[in-house]
Design a protein around this ligand. Structure first.
Ligand code: C5P
Length: 401
């Protein structure tokens, strides 16, 4: 580890808190500084003295401690860490974070942080499986929190099932992976990515959609986040989980996607990967169309073009705007035309003809089309295409390439 990294560890109230003593020891052995917030519940399971002895630092626990606030306010506490780890993450702590509650030091620090958050839940199996907890887990993942899923087995409460906190070794390796992650050239930058299809209502139950899986856009959002960008993913309906460290905004229609994208500005870079429906029904919603008589004709009208709107934004045009061009023929020529028409800086052109299996598949063959010319990239997984594109974006924004 190059420079000294610091983890803010929040120990929640659960029997698994004892495993955190080992985690603190192992982190320090790995050269990581550990600062601890011990919740009231956590202090029922491990003592402040054992925690501070292992951490080599005082332990924080009371939001309204005047001494703590003057020495180290909750904002500084959360910002001075390279990342924040919650272990054990109780159902209560998760519910607070998922809903933005801040009524003690732990929840306040979590809300105030601008650093990646990793949580290791631990609780009774029924509490873990309860729809409310599962809803909170989904929300937290969508907010970019990394969730280290609990294991199954005998629980301290005597029941068996999922809910055992991951072992210190497993938590340690997630933390170290995160800390040792490659250089973060996009730290301090904001990246916007649109991904997935859009759904355009014909009536309350029918809609126009397309075959986009969202995989390429999600991979790009994840790759940008790994390079340190604060990343907002505006996603149409997909079956995918939000990548770690990415804040996802879920939308359905092109108009919602445009509104969410503009609401997320300003951004340093926007990558429009979404397969936005070009048209929507002139009259969508209302009542369900009935099957009596002749088939109805649905009048289509044009949707807003998100890529073109961003590219021509007066005050808040991102420094770099990247579009995608999915074509089934004349891939590069069409992309060059699109570059000029939409006013973006780069187009990633890809051949989505049926034989290539790009739509919904794992691989992609793309060409990077810019004002300077065309680069043909070798066929690679969508993850690898994403990593390469993220590096290029970092180079362009930092002036290295
Ligand atoms: O015009 P076409 O759909 O081929 O352009 C593709 C590019 O434009 C993609 O980057 C896509 O995300 C973006 N786009 C958009 N809004 C639309 C249509 C396309 O952002 N309404």
């Amino acid at each position: 580890m190059t420079e000294q990294q610091r983890v803010l560890l929040i120990i929640g109230g659960g029997i698994a808190a004892y495993k955190c003593l080992e985690l603190i020891r192992r982190l320090r052995e790995a050269g990581v500084q550990v600062r601890v917030i011990l919740t009231k519940g956590g202090a029922e399971f491990v003592t402040p003295l054992s925690v501070s002895s292992l951490a080599g630092d005082k332990v924080y626990g009371d939001l309204f401690s005047l001494t703590d606030e003057s020495e180290m306010g909750h904002i500084r506490l959360s910002r001075e860490a390279s990342l924040v780890v919650v272990a054990p993450a109780t159902a209560d702590l998760m519910a607070k974070l998922a809903n933005g509650l801040a009524n003690d030091l732990a929840s306040t620090a979590l809300l105030a942080t601008d650093k990646p958050v990793i949580i290791a839940p631990a609780m009774n199996a029924r509490m873990w499986l309860h729809p409310a907890t599962q809803r909170n887990v989904a929300t937290l993942k969508a907010d970019g929190v990394t969730v280290i899923e609990p294991g199954s087995g005998a629980l301290a409460c005597g029941e068996t099932g999922p809910g055992r906190m991951a072992e210190p070794d497993a938590i340690l390796s997630v933390i170290l992976d995160r800390l040792q992650a490659a250089p973060r050239p996009l730290a301090g930058r904001h990246a916007l990515v649109t991904a997935g299809p859009t759904w355009e209502a014909i009536d309350p139950v029918r809609y126009i959609a397309n075959r986009s899986s969202g995989k390429q856009g999600y991979a790009i959002a994840g790759a940008l986040a790994r390079l340190g960008a604060r990343t907002t993913l505006i996603s149409g309906p997909t079956a995918l989980n939000a990548p770690a460290g990415v804040a996802r905004v879920c939308v359905e229609s092109a108009r919602d996607m445009l509104a969410a994208t503009e609401a997320a500005l300003p951004a340093d870079v926007a990558v429009c990967v979404a397969a936005v429906s070009d048209w929507r029904a002139a009259v969508g919603g209302g009542q369900k169309l009935k099957k009596n008589g002749a088939p109805p004709s649905v009048e289509l009208i044009e949707n807003p073009d998100i890529l073109a709107t961003l590219s021509r934004h007066n005050r808040r045009r991102p420094k770099l705007v990247v579009g995608f061009a999915a074509e089934t023929e004349n891939v590069v020529a069409y992309a060059q035309d699109k570059l000029a028409r939409k006013g973006c800086d780069w187009i990633i052109a890809n051949d989505v003809c049926h034989e290539k299996g790009v739509m919904g598949g794992e691989c992609n063959t793309v060409h990077l089309v810019t004002a300077n010319g065309v680069e043909d990239w070798p066929t690679a997984t969508k993850e690898d295409v994403a990593a390469r594109l993220a590096e290029r974006i970092a180079g362009a924004l930092t002036g290295v390439a």
